[in-house]
Every structure is written in structure tokens, then in C-alpha cells.
Design a protein around this ligand. Structure first.
Ligand SMILES: Cc1ncc(C[n+]2csc(CCOP(=O)(O)OP(=O)(O)O)c2C)c(N)n1
Ligand SMILES: [Mg+2]
Length: 353
């Protein structure tokens, strides 16, 4: 940090947003974390283009404020699960980025030993239960985690993410009903990026205000601007407090936008350039926080440019380190399949590798 910058930081210790105080340290952490996710995803996109990453790959560029804002509101002991657009969430949760990149590259050092890939990031130490490829599958799983917390009375909250497409799955409504009936500590976070693959929300949903979807189960709902990391942190803190204090589940609809196609194989021709530009240049969450921090005297444009260079370099080094890792051994095909393997049944007779 330059002398000039530390002087500024002293003069202006933080900023106040809708009555809530944020320290300079917290704001820098939020900013750097969002920028890191953005550059990480860009690198993943690049490696995919070079065919170094295979299979499915769903990037979250544009949705970083959701990943970061939620983590700042949650506690490390809270449980969390999401769909397949999971890189940003697990990175914001604090996973080792080299292990995430290695997972994308199918390397043995990946977070699930290179056997899950982009859609199946998982880390029990971080209380992160995926990374789930089947649309909506994480919702009944989240219900189960919420039930466990209620049963054990452990004070934890479950943050169960889903998309605007996933919310139309039947299992979501069974989960909402049970969570409400038993007053389970679950926050259902709907990342409404307005498209489910190529289908816009208006074509798939009769009720497009998704925070209302819990009405018939007596699950309250809130609506947040998901392009504003401070708004996400603030409202998510309220929602988490609601669940933690025993008032039962709540739905939080976070309005957001993905800048890239649904997955790497989607050219996203169903959206107009004007629409993408409106979100990308007009509402970008990273640029927005930068402006707020510059206005508050917490950083300069040059500081952010310098930070960006550092992060790009760091991500480049992470990618190199991950690429240098070996692929998983063939015998790994038979490990981690069942939690309690039958003695003598492994390795399978048809040997691999
Ligand atoms: C049960 C099931 N049906 C269909 C699919 C194919 N599929 C993958 S992603 C997706 C769209 C989901 O959109 P949304 O919930 O809005 O999440 P987003 O991709 O926008 O993050 C569909 C239909 C699937 N993976 N699982
Ligand atoms: Mg969507």
C-alpha cells in the first residue's frame, strides 16, 4: 500500500450504506473477492476455449456480488449448497483457488480429486454441499441440512441457492412446505439472472416475482438488487437472522445477470446486445463498488488498476500450478462412491488404469 493510499484510508475509515457501516478493510475484501472471481472465471473461459477444460462449464461473470455479499452476511459454520454455477460461490466461501482450478482441469489436486469438474465443487470442511448438476436437486438437500440443524439445535443456518429456472421444480415446493411446517433455519436464495438456459423468465414462469413463491406455504420473501454487494450483504444479514432466530425459512430473490452464455457452449443469441450492455456497463457490481469507494476516499482508480494487475497475475499463476498437476489415477474411479464400502469389494474385478 502506498503512503498516499494509507493516508487516505486513515482519513476515511469506511462508508455508511443505508444506515449500515462498512470498514475500509471489509470493502476492500469485498471488492478484491469479486474481482478475483471475475478474473478467475475469465481464465476458466480461456482454458475452456483452449480445450484444456472439458465437459460442462458454467461461469458466473456478472453475479459476483451475490457470491460475495452472501458470504459476508453468513457465518463459516452455516451450510451452503448451490447448482452447477458454483465456482464463484465456493471461491467466496474461502476454498483454495488452485484446487478449484485443478478441479476444472480434471487434476488429482482438484477439490474433489478431479472427479467432479465444474458442476461438482464440494468441500465439507467449508460446509459447502455442492455444486449440483441436476436442476433443483440441492433444494431438498438444503431442507435436510436445515432439518439436521433444527434437530441438533446447532444454531446454523442453511443457505440454499437456486436459479430462476430451478424454482419451477416440484421438489422446491415440497421443500418450502416442510421447511415452513417445521420452522427450519433455511434461507432459500433465488439467483434470478432472468434466464434458464435460453428461456427467459417470462416464458417459463406465470409469476415472475419469485420472492412471492412461498406465499401459500407461509414462507416470507424479500427482493434484492443483486448487482449491489452492499445491498446483498445487508438484506441477507436480515434474512439469515430471521432463520437463525427460529422464525423459519425465508426466500430471498436476488436480481442479477450473467454476462456470458448459459454454459461455454451457448452463444446466447436469445439476448439483445443492448440488454447485455445495459447490465454489463450500467450495473456492473465491481464498477459500482469501485465508484462508491472512490467517492468515499478509500481508494483511487489507480489503486484499482494496480489491484487488477495483481489479481490477473495471481490467477495466471494459479492456472499454471493447476495445469502442472497430474491427472487422477484410474483407480480413483472406485473411491468416494459409497461412504462405507463393502470390505473386499474394491477394487472392482474389471481393473482400471
Ligand atoms: C432436472 C434437470 N432438468 C433439466 C436440466 C438441464 N438444464 C441445465 S441448466 C438448466 C436451466 C436452469 O436455469 P436456472 O435455474 O435459472 O439457473 P442458471 O443457469 O440461470 O444459473 C436446465 C434446464 C438439468 N440439468 N436438470
Ligand atoms: Mg437463471
Amino acid at each position: 500500500m502506498s503512503a498516499k493510499q494509507s493516508k487516505t484510508a486513515k482519513a476515511a475509515p469506511g462508508l455508511s450504506h443505508e444506515g449500515r457501516e462498512y470498514s475500509a478493510k471489509t470493502l476492500h475484501e469485498m471488492h478484491d473477492s469479486m474481482l478475483f472471481i471475475r478474473r478467475f472465471e475469465e481464465k476458466a473461459g480461456q482454458l475452456y476455449g483452449l480445450k484444456k477444460i472439458g465437459g460442462f462449464c458454467h461461469l458466473c461473470n456478472g453475479q459476483e456480488a451475490v457470491c460475495v455479499g452472501v458470504q459476508h452476511a453468513a457465518q463459516a459454520t452455516d451450510y451452503m449448497m448451490t447448482g452447477y454455477r458454483d465456482h464463484g460461490h465456493i471461491l467466496a466461501r474461502g476454498a483454495d483457488p488452485t484446487a478449484i482450478m485443478a478441479e476444472l482441469l480434471g487434476r488429482a489436486g482438484g477439490i474433489v480429486k478431479g472427479k467432479g469438474g465444474s458442476m461438482h465443487m464440494f468441500d465439507s470442511k467449508l460446509n459447502f454441499a455442492g455444486g449440483n448438476g441436476i436442476v433443483g436437486e440441492q433444494v431438498p438437500i438444503g431442507l435436510g441440512f436445515g432439518f439436521a440443524s433444527w434437530y441438533r439445535d446447532d444454531g446454523r443456518v442453511t443457505l440454499c441457492f437456486m436459479g430462476d429456472g430451478a424454482i419451477n421444480q416440484g421438489a422446491v415446493y415440497e421443500s418450502l412446505n416442510m421447511a415452513s411446517l417445521w420452522k427450519l433455519p433455511v434461507v432459500f436464495v433465488v439467483e434470478n439472472n432472468q434466464y434458464a438456459m435460453g428461456t427467459s423468465i417470462g416464458r417459463a414462469s406465470a409469476e415472475t416475482s419469485l420472492f412471492k413463491r412461498g406465499i401459500s406455504f407461509k414462507v416470507p420473501g424479500m427482493h434484492i438488487d443483486g448487482m449491489d454487494v452492499l445491498a446483498v450483504e445487508q438484506k441477507m444479514s436480515e434474512a439469515i437472522e430471521h432463520a437463525r432466530s427460529g422464525q423459519g425459512p425465508i426466500i430471498v430473490e436476488v436480481m442479477t445477470y450473467r454476462y456470458r452464455g448459459h454454459s461455454m457452449s451457448d452463444p446466447a443469441t436469445y439476448r439483445s446486445r443492448e440488454e447485455v450492455d445495459e447490465w454489463r456497463t450500467g450495473r456492473d457490481p465491481i464498477a459500482r463498488l469501485q465508484v462508491q469507494m472512490i467517492d468515499a476516499g478509500l481508494a483511487t482508480e489507480d489503486d484499482f488498476k494496480q489491484k487488477d494487475r495483481e489479481i490477473k497475475k495471481e490467477v495466471g499463476e494459479i492456472a499454471k500450478a493447476a495445469e502442472a498437476m497430474p491427472e487422477p489415477d484410474g483407480a480413483e474411479m472406485w473411491t468416494d462412491v459409497y461412504s462405507d464400502p463393502i470390505e473386499g469389494a474394491y477394487p472392482y474385478p474389471g481393473k482400471v488404469g
